[in-house]
Design a protein around this ligand. Structure first.
Ligand code: ADP
Ligand code: MG
Length: 805
């Protein structure tokens, strides 16, 4: 009978045939699905399916026409058995299964002989290791360790230098020391009901010391007189005696070379798995198979770059000879990790932008020139530069795929508008998608005016546009009569079609997922794509996450802007704060009051905002014209409030975080943020970007009594910098890359050794090597690139399982 996993892939293929080989018959794409199925199978039963794997990779990148042929080959590979045979059991592997109970079944080869296979052991399940039973499999899985590869890439959180022991007569108070000796006496006492005191007296023939553990009954159970142990900790003088409190410890037994007499690794473990056991397991795996873990970097590259082999690097990372060799090992592993990522991005980029086949925009004509002339200001040098980069891409026949980064207020919108004009001038339609209705409407209001002047027609589509009006916009978009279409996510509904999309712009990219992005792009046939973000991303990070996009940065604010002055005050100073707001408003300026974020419930957030607005209107800000803006207001009310504020009819706008994105009222100079500690750093920076948009000095006042250290650090970061890149780096440090980007959404793999902020050199090297390799061998057919091919398969499978497919 055919194994289930093969049946799954064959069924997927059948559906592909029915849907015209669009690689879409399965959620997330057929080939990716098949690769996931395959890699799950490989994890259980290693066998050479490399041929099949390669076909699936090619399938992803192929055109529907080529896929028909590939589909046939995939079927053949599956039916014929694809690989060359099974893997012989290794010394550390459990004996080949005999009973029915085991899930891991080694495939029988027809001739009865077990052929030689050099399938790397990376993808083997840890279940196959000796000493790893069902319960340990579960515990390890909890630590993210499911395969041999996971295990050897599970690096120590710390190291203890046990390369030399301090003789016990040379211990001195206040120093950290590692010492070894024999336990001569133990003592267990409960001086108070909740206090367990366990003391072990240790001697080494020339001196003695007591080690004390508080409330660690498992230590009390483990340590017995007569045992040889090694302990690491801080030595202190207590009651006239040297003592070492709550030290890390290990028994020195037969394998002492692993746990003592060297620098030993300390792992982050979960209950039921000890550091010591893990140390043993890692050491065995490295001993037995280290040399077979080849990694992704081709040997030639390794040698050219003067790097140690992967096997050496892994060994030194777990069991370093000394600090220097560990540093080199780490560098090798960082490059390995980034190399795989960059290769994945290179493949992705080739797929998204096959050379040729894109839209070739014409050189700028009178329409673009007219638009630029009509602007009430001159573009900054940075705007000019990125516009040239964008125009260059648009005029080439390779589809543009560019990320435009610029701090809030740096003037991205006008750049986008100019690009839209260009596509219109070449006879195409342009579309821009914004994350919120307020922002879409604001873009619309601006573009209707700016583009209307030069005779370009602009339409808006949002969720709230219904009935005949909606039908009319859809009709005009489909017929090509509308030249520019602006909208929210409503744009990616099936009913929205364009006659000839030339340019697709996605505003505030970080709000949309990968899928939404690609669905919008699908509105045209290889349109040029520009994504814009006001979340400044450190360059290394950008290359790691958006490395398939080209990057343009507006790193200059329009002239005459003065940095916003930011203050942080405690809640008991609200009265002075609002007295100041009143002063500014009476001087003819406008102000925002931002209410605390209530992430759990919009309803509560609205209630809080309403209460604050009422309180201010009846108290500190009595007599001023206040408006209230929140997400639950009916659309027409929202619009009216915004219009009144823009026109200056309202002096103070009390709002929830809905104003975070893009609202542009240059006369607003003061912003008060209540409960500022509830907002993340990126949000605070976005909010602050609503002021300081005119030439007057602006102020941002954060009212907050933070409860945590991290909250305090965020506020301090806001006070000390207005530079979005500095803020972003700070944010990244405080939250870590996973949180920063939302790992799930962006498919950012968890990096195991790399520090995206500091490993810049390694990133450059890895990127250069990976892009070159993919350019020379796009399908990874060459034998020396086999390691990379395997690594990419594992990465794809990992990402899919992260996304929950
Ligand atoms: P972003 O979208 O990057 O946050 P905007 O495009 O909204 O920034 O621009 C912010 C403000 O600066 C707008 O009022 C815009 O009209 C103005 N602006 C843009 N470019 C310039 C420039 N070169 N000189 C002066 N003002 C500019
Ligand atoms: Mg182009």
């Amino acid at each position: 009978m055919r194994p289930l996993w093969q049946t799954e892939i064959l069924e997927g293929l059948e559906r592909e045939r029915e849907t015209g080989f669009a690689d879409s018959s399965v959620f997330g794409g057929f080939a990716r699905f098949a690769l996931t199925v395959l890699s799950r199978h490989l994890a259980r039963s290693p066998r050479d399916w490399a041929g099949l794997e390669l076909l699936l990779y090619r399938y992803v990148a192929a055109t529907p026409g080529e896929r028909e042929n590939l589909a046939g080959q995939i079927r053949d590979a599956l039916v014929a058995g694809g690989g060359t045979g099974s893997v012989a059991p290794e010394p550390l592997l459990k004996p080949a299964p005999t009973g029915q109970s085991r899930r891991t079944r080694l495939p029988q080869s027809a001739g009865g002989r077990v052929p030689e296979v050099d399938e790397p052991p990376e993808s083997w399940s840890v279940e196959r290791l000796k000493g790893v039973g069902q319960s340990r499999v579960r515990l390890l899985a909890r630590m993210g360790v499911e395969t041999v590869s996971d295990l050897v890439w599970y690096f120590p959180r710390d190291y203890h230098d046990r390369s030399s022991f301090t003789p016990l007569n040379r211990l001195s108070s206040g120093e950290s020391a590692t010492l070894a000796g024999t336990v001569v006496r133990v003592d267990e006492r409960r001086p108070r009901p909740r206090l367990l005191l366990f003391t072990a007296e240790i001697t080494d023939s020339i001196g003695s010391v007591s080690a004390v553990w508080f409330n660690q009954p498992w230590v009390a159970r483990a340590i017995r007189p007569g045992m040889s142990i090694v302990v690491t900790g801080k030595v202190e003088m207590r009651y006239g005696r040297l003592q070492i409190a709550n030290p890390e410890w290990d028994e020195i037994d037969g394998e002492e070379s692993l746990h003592a007499g060297r620098i030993v690794p300390v792992y982050r473990v979960t209950q039921g798995v000890s550091t010591k056991w893990l140390r043993g397991l890692v050491a065995q795996v490295l001993d037995l198979w280290g040399e077979r873990l080849k990694g992704a970097l081709p040997a030639e590259t390794e040698v050219r770059l003067g790097l140690p082999s992967l096997a050496t690097a892994l060994r030194e990372m777990h069991f370093p000879t000394d600090e220097m060799s560990r540093t080199q090992a780490r560098r090798r592993l960082v490059i390995e990790e980034l190399f795989v990522l960059q290769a994945a991005l290179a493949v992705e980029r080739d797929r998204a932008r096959p050379a040729g086949g894109g839209i070739t925009h014409q050189p700028n004509g009178p329409l673009v020139a007219g638009f630029l002339e009509h602007l009430p200001y001159r573009l900054t040098a940075a705007q000019r530069r990125v516009l040239d980069e964008i125009f260059g891409d648009m005029e080439s026949n390779t589809p543009m795929n560019r990320l435009l980064q610029g701090d809030v207020g740096s003037g991205k919108t006008v750049v986008a508008a100019a690009a839209l004009v260009k596509t219109v001038e070449s006879g195409y339609q342009g579309v821009i998608m914004a994350p919120t209705e307020i922002l879409a409407e604001q873009h619309y209001a601006r573009l209707v005016q700016q583009l209307g002047e030069i005779g370009v027609s602009v339409g808006l589509i949002t969720g709230r546009l219904v009935g005949n009006e909606r039908q009319e916009v859809l009709r005009r978009a489909a017929s090509g009569e509308l030249q520019v279409l602006i909208g929210t996510q409503a744009l990616i509904q099936k009913e929205v079609t364009l006659a000839r999309a030339g340019l697709v712009i996605i505003d505030e990219q970080h709000r949309f997922g990968v899928r939404q992005r690609s669905r919008l792009v699908g509105i045209g046939k290889q349109p040029d794509v520009l994504v814009m973000t006001a979340t400044p991303i450190p360059r290394t990070m950008a290359l790691t996450v958006y490395g398939d996009l080209d990057l343009s940065v507006i790193d200059e604010l329009p002239p005459g802007r003065r940095p916003v002055i930011t203050r942080w005050v405690r809640g008991d100073q609200r009265e002075q704060v609002y007295a100041y707001v009143r002063k500014r408003v009476e001087a003819g300026e406008q102000a925002y009051v931002v209410c605390p974020l209530v992430e759990e419930s919009e309803k509560l957030e609205v209630a809080a905002a309403t209460a604050i607005a009422e309180e201010l209107a009846g108290g500190y800000l009595a007599g001023l014209r206040l408006g209230l803006l929140h997400g639950r207001l009916p659309a027409s009310d929202k619009e009216r409030v915004m219009d009144d504020f823009r026109a200056g009819e309202l002096q103070v706008l009390v709002a929830t975080s809905v104003i975070e994105v893009g609202v542009d009222v240059p006369r607003a100079t003061t912003m008060v943020i209540e409960g500022a500690e509830r907002y993340g750093l990126a949000s605070l920076h976005q909010l602050r970007g609503r002021v300081g948009r005119g030439s007057q000095q602006s102020y941002c006042i954060l009212i907050s009594d933070p409860q945590t250290e991290e909250g305090r650090k965020r506020l301090e970061a806001m006070v000390s910098s207005t530079d979005g890149f500095v803020i972003a780096e700070e944010d990244l440090k405080l939250r870590g890359p996973g949180e920063f980007f939302g790992t799930r959404q962006h498919g950012l793999p968890d990096l195991r050794v790399t520090n995206v902020l500091t490993d810049v050199e390694e990133l450059k090297i890895a990127r250069r090597e990976a892009f070159q390799l993919i350019a020379n061998d796009p399908d990874l057919r060459r034998p020396e690139n086999r390691g990379l091919r395997n690594a990419l398969a594992r990465l794809a499978a990992r990402r899919d399982s992260l996304r929950g497919n």
